[in-house]
Design a protein around this ligand. Sequence first.
Ligand code: ZN
Length: 219
Amino acid sequence: MKDIARFLSGFKEFQRTYFCSESDFYNNLQKEQSPKVLVIACSDSRVDPAILTGCEPGDMFVVRNVANLVPPYENAEGRHGVSAALEYAVKNLEVEHVIILGHSCCGGIQALLAPNREDLGEFIAPWVKIAEPALMEVDRELPGKPDHLRRRACEQASVLVSLDNLLTFPWVWQRVVQGKLHLHGWYFDMDSGELHSYLPETGTFEALVPRCTRERTKA
Ligand SMILES: [Zn+2]
């Protein structure tokens, strides 16, 4: 109950900010939302994209799932939650950016790497299989490397798998080609506190926001 009480107290603070002192904030927002960005992030409690980026309500449309994965386009009947959100964001909201936000210490990617993956859960194993091309690449490029290096490489490679999968949706591909939609691969490094971005020119993840100055001085 302590956590629930804290959440209610947090909501009161939110209410004070957006419904009391800035009373017209939601008056405008309740009519429509027009975020320019779709973020696909992990369900992990430590990587909430709105908290990480200091966003306000209405700033970003968000999909969160285990290991921030985008499945490839499939037109077979099914409960395609990620694809439905993607469709709404791209076709209805006409977002201009899609960010895949990966992160270090990802339990979903850990599950992908686990030798006993099939035993980890009825739903987890088939879900993380989406990132199997990343695992195959890591096995090819980093054979015999320590687990933490393989996991990090897999976390980053899986961001690229999701970026590739985004392009299998015809209306995403079309807008990217037209220059109306920009795709980004980001990676939050919990060890250093840095935010990295994938650079297609170099094929590497580079710091978009380097570690904080205090940490640098300490080092
Ligand atoms: Zn994760």
